[in-house]
Design a protein around this ligand. Sequence first.
Ligand code: NAP
Length: 437
Amino acid sequence: MRHIAIVGSGPAGYYTAEAAQRLWGDAVRVDIFDLLPVPFGLIRTGVAPDHQSIKGVSKRYEKVALNENVRFIGNVAVGKDVSVAELQGLYDAVVLATGAPHDRPLDLPGTGLANVFGSAAFVGWYNGHPQHAGLEPDLSGATAIVIGMGNVALDVARILAKTPAEFAGSDIVSHAFDALADSRIQRIVILGRRGPHQIAMTPKELGELGELARAAPVVEPADLPPPEADEPLDPGLRKSIAHLRHFAALGAGERAGKSVRIEFAFLAQPVSLHGDGSVREIKVELTRLAGERAEGTGVFGHLPADLVVSCIGYRTSPIAGVPFDERAGRFANEEGRIAAGLYCVGWARRGPTGTIGTNRPDGYAAIERIAEDLERTPGGEEKQGRAAFDALAATRGLDVVTFRDWKRIEEAEERAAREGSPREKFVDIAAMIRARG
Ligand code: NAP
């Protein structure tokens, strides 16, 4: 029997469990740990609430979860309630699938002002992550600055721009739905330190900005390179640039009746934030490209900024005793191997890049590596797996939330849903635990 512990129940964790099941069938027991009493990680608290089709992938994870050989062990903090070393003593392999829940810091003067947030907090707020649900961003100002030109910046800009009716069918939590309904933001500036050819926005997501009810994207035609310069680009990026060209060609007529502008500001890097307790202004420096890098020009400008959300990437949360690559912001690893019996997968392995689907091959590769390593070192001490963990959990008085418990929590969330919404998420841990009955 193989005993595998997976830490983190997001996409990387469940694809790894699926791979273990496919490889070993009934000869494996997998325990998937999560800090929260609810599973699916980024699917629940990262993917935008109006992207329900992406969230649908959790049905696939549920199939894995409902197999008896796989357990969900929610409400257990690995590194605190139980150490990684302890898990290593109980399981043949421990796989860290903890994602990258912290913001890459925007290390600038003024980031301590009120109403300046990283995307982990802001996205967590509208997605009801217990850690960020109480954020209370002030949306009463006119201008929001979104820093970064990746898909998270697009998510944040789109969510800020939508009308209540456009959230129909989404699972945006009520506190965010209500706050956004009262929002007075009229101008959203997406700030990129490099140019249009360096954006990290994918075509489908960028195209959505052109379909909003009260908001229109604004691209200055002069900011775009000549069309022939797009030809050598890869096809995905070319499609994204085609959207920017379309936005640049929109005339006043097409923007008529749109009360919110989503402006693209290229080649401008943030320098400092200013305000009176709360942020009011951002100083930027115009840049030029030196090869692929942005280089300051020494020309500065100021933009009003009543809300700032920095969407510049993420970092993994270090765990005591596990080697960490500070520069890259993830566990130090060689192709997913951290140390004997200890592995990482997904964003915790490779950093915060790629789509949900990228984690599938990642999870399968992790299990292949584990299988190789187990074969190379046969006949070691037999690990006790789940039975031994249960004994440890009982001694420590851990209140483990199971997948069956989660299904009851989920039913309660579905019962509480606003009309037209699939669920109303519980946003605090105590309420989740109460709801399991
Ligand atoms: P990202 O794609 O890496 O984009 C980060 C952006 O921040 C880049 O434009 C980057 O510019 C900029 N940036 C980084 N450091 C900066 C700094 N110090 N100052 C100013 N700008 C800075 O990251 P992300 O948007 O967080 O997305 C993470 C991953 O999740 C991506 O793979 C993304 O595609 C994926 N995702 C997908 C979806 C979807 O498919 N619907 C939705 C959300 C996220 P430079 O290029 O100049 O570094």
